[in-house]
Design a protein around this ligand. Structure first.
Ligand SMILES: N[C@@H](Cc1c[nH]c[nH+]1)C(=O)O
Length: 362
C-alpha cells in the first residue's frame, strides 16, 4: 500500500458517505490535548502524540475525528446532522510495532434525536453495505447494558465507581469483582496497614508528593472499603453470566431478557437492544446470524455508552478491526456546555481495505 492508494480509497469511501446524505467536514490535525485527551480514556491517552505549542499549550496530533467533530457540532451544528470525513489519525503503537501509527480513517457520524435505534441501524447498515464485498465478520455489543448492570449493583458508591472506571480494563474489572465479592483474602500488608493505630508509625521519612493528610485520607477510604459488606454472590454470578453472553442477536436478546428478570437494572438497555435488532432487520440486516458479544468494545474508546460494533478480518487475527464504531451520547453532553444530543458513528480504516484489495487476508 502507498499513501496515494490509501488516500484515493479514503476519498472514494467518503464520496459514498456523502451520497448517503452526510455533509463533508474536516478537522485540524493539531488538537488541544488538555481539553480533549481525557475524553478518550486510558488507551488513547497513553498512545496520543502530544507536543507543546508556545501559545496554545499542550497539543496532540488528532487521535480520531469523533471528538473534534462532536465539539464542532455542539458549537455550531444544526439538527439533525450527518457528517463524513476522511483523513489521517495518529496513535503510537508500542504494543503493536507492526501496525501503522498514522493511518486513514473515513467516518460517518449521525446526530439525531428522532430514534436512537433507527440511527444505530442506519450506521451499521451503511457500513455493512459498504463492506459487503470484503470478507469481514461483523460483531456487535452494547456498553449501555454493561454500565446499567454495574450501576445496579448493591454496593457502596466508591465500589460502583471503581467498577465503572474499569469496565474498560477487563482484567482489572475481574480482579475488583473478585475482591468485592470477598473471594480473595486481603493481602497481609494491607491488613497490617489498616489495623495499625497510626498507619504512619515506623513508615520512615516522608518522600514523594503526597502529604501526610492525603495519606491518612487514603487509609481512611481503604478502611471504609474494608468494612463494606461483600457483593452478594448472586449479583456477581449475574454479572459473570452477562459478560459471557456471546451468540447470534436473537439468542443474545432472549438470554439478556432472562437475566433482566433478576437484574432489573438492565431492562431498559436490553429493550433498546431489542428495538435496535428490529430497526436493523427493517434495514435488511440479517440479524438472525449477526454476532452479539456482551464483552465487545471493552478495550476501545471510553466515550462509547451504548451500541458498539466492529468488522473483523478473521484471516488476519493480528489486525485491528477494519471498521469500528458506536454510540456516544454522553460525549455530546460533556462537550455540549449544557446541550446534548444522541449520537452514533463509525470509521473504516481505508488502508486495510487497500491491503485486502491487493490480496492480503482477503
Ligand atoms: N472515532 C472512533 C470510531 C468512531 C467514529 N464514530 C464513532 N466511533 C475510532 O477512531 O475508533
Amino acid at each position: 500500500m502507498t499513501t496515494a492508494e490509501n488516500r484515493a480509497k479514503a476519498a472514494s469511501l467518503k464520496a459514498r458517505f456523502e451520497a448517503a446524505g452526510a455533509a463533508p467536514v474536516d478537522c485540524a490535525v493539531l488538537q488541544p490535548a488538555e481539553v480533549l485527551l481525557d475524553l478518550y480514556g486510558e488507551d488513547v491517552r497513553t498512545r496520543a502524540f502530544v507536543t507543546s505549542d508556545p501559545v496554545r499549550g499542550e497539543v496532540m496530533l488528532r487521535p480520531d475525528f469523533t471528538v473534534p467533530v462532536v465539539q464542532m457540532h455542539m458549537a455550531e451544528g444544526a439538527e439533525p446532522a450527518r457528517y463524513t470525513y476522511a483523513g489521517e489519525v495518529f496513535r503510537r503503537q508500542e504494543d503493536h510495532p507492526e501496525r501503522a501509527a498514522e493511518y486513514f480513517q473515513v467516518g460517518y457520524e449521525v446526530f439525531d434525536r428522532e430514534s436512537p435505534a433507527a440511527a444505530d441501524a442506519e450506521v451499521f447498515a451503511l457500513f455493512f453495505e459498504t463492506l459487503k464485498d470484503y470478507h469481514l465478520s461483523p460483531v456487535t455489543g452494547d456498553i449501555g447494558i454493561l454500565t446499567a448492570a454495574v450501576q445496579g449493583l448493591q454496593t457502596s458508591e466508591p465500589r460502583r465507581a471503581a467498577l465503572m472506571r474499569h469496565i474498560w480494563r477487563p482484567r482489572r474489572f475481574r480482579a475488583l469483582l473478585d475482591r468485592y465479592a470477598g473471594r480473595v483474602p486481603m493481602p497481609a500488608s494491607r491488613a497490617a496497614l489498616l489495623s495499625a493505630d497510626n498507619p504512619l508509625d515506623g513508615a520512615g521519612p516522608m518522600i514523594g508528593l503526597r502529604g501526610e493528610d492525603e495519606i491518612r485520607q487514603r487509609v481512611d477510604a481503604l478502611r471504609k472499603d474494608a468494612d463494606t459488606p461483600a457483593l452478594p454472590s448472586e449479583q456477581v454470578s449475574l454479572i459473570e453470566a452477562l459478560l459471557k453472553v456471546s451468540e447470534a442477536c436473537p439468542f443474545a436478546l432472549e438470554h439478556l431478557r432472562d437475566l433482566a428478570v433478576d437484574m432489573p437494572a438492565i431492562s431498559v438497555a436490553v429493550e433498546q437492544f431489542g428495538a435496535r435488532c428490529d430497526a436493523m432487520a427493517e434495514r435488511g440486516v440479517d440479524v438472525d446470524t449477526l454476532a452479539f458479544d456482551a464483552g465487545y468494545g471493552r478495550s476501545s474508546m471510553e466515550y462509547y455508552d451504548g451500541f458498539v460494533f466492529g468488522f473483523l478480518n478473521r484471516q488476519q487475527p493480528n489486525w485491528p478491526a477494519v471498521a469500528t464504531g458506536g454510540r456516544y451520547d454522553a460525549l455530546t453532553r460533556q462537550l455540549g456546555q449544557g446541550k446534548e444530543i444522541p449520537a452514533v458513528g463509525a470509521v473504516i480504516r481505508a488502508g486495510l481495505l487497500v491491503d485486502m484489495d491487493a490480496g492480503a487476508g482477503a
